[in-house]
Design a protein around this ligand. Structure first.
Ligand code: SF4
Ligand code: SF4
Length: 158
């Protein structure tokens, strides 16, 4: 009996709270960006925490060597299997010779970045991710290195 009463109370409470939230947000200014049409601002940048493209980072700002040791942790952590890596060398000498991320399959979950023990892989604020073929959505090693030029910090989930 009291279980029913409690369920009814909680259902009614959630409806009231939901309506309060809706009513409060109804009056807030609209912030929808009409991209790419409308009055798109050339200098527009995604908000903090946005995760789009990928980059491989180097060990220092001078960009002497890649941090990636081709350990495969990111590829194993990826739930959709869109990372493909081939490595060469042993121990500290190990490095990737081939590194592909298929952006057409990626679900932008950030798990690959979190799985990386070397803070070698990061997500970027690239947002124009489109192409005329599936192949054009695959990022290779050279593109990933170029995307990470000058960057030392990995992306964080806010
Ligand atoms: S963000 Fe997620 S889906 Fe995309 S490559 Fe990383 S682990 Fe895979
Ligand atoms: S990016 Fe990180 S997790 Fe992925 S292979 Fe390189 S070192 Fe390992």
């Amino acid at each position: 009996m009291w279980g029913y009463v409690r369920d009814i109370w909680q259902g009614a409470k959630s409806i009231v709270v939901g309506h309060i939230v809706t009513f409060r947000n109804f009056w807030r200014p609209k912030i929808t960006d009409r991209y790419p049409h409308g009055n798109a601002d050339e200098n527009w940048q995604p908000g903090p925490g946005y995760r789009g493209g990928f980059a491989l980072l180097k060990s220092d700002k001078e960009g002497r060597e890649l941090r990636c040791t081709a350990c495969m942790s990111c590829a194993r952590a990826c739930p959709v299997g869109c990372i493909h890596i081939e490595g060469e060398g042993k121990g500290k000498e190990r490095h990737p010779v081939s590194f592909y991320i298929d952006m057409g399959l990626c679900v932008y979950c950030h798990q690959c970045v979190e799985a990386c023990p070397s803070e070698a892989l990061t997500m970027t604020d690239e947002y124009e991710i489109s192409g005329t073929s599936r192949a054009s959505l695959v990022r290779d090693l050279a593109q990933l290195i170029a995307a990470g030029e000058g960057q030392t910090e990995v992306s964080r989930v806010l």
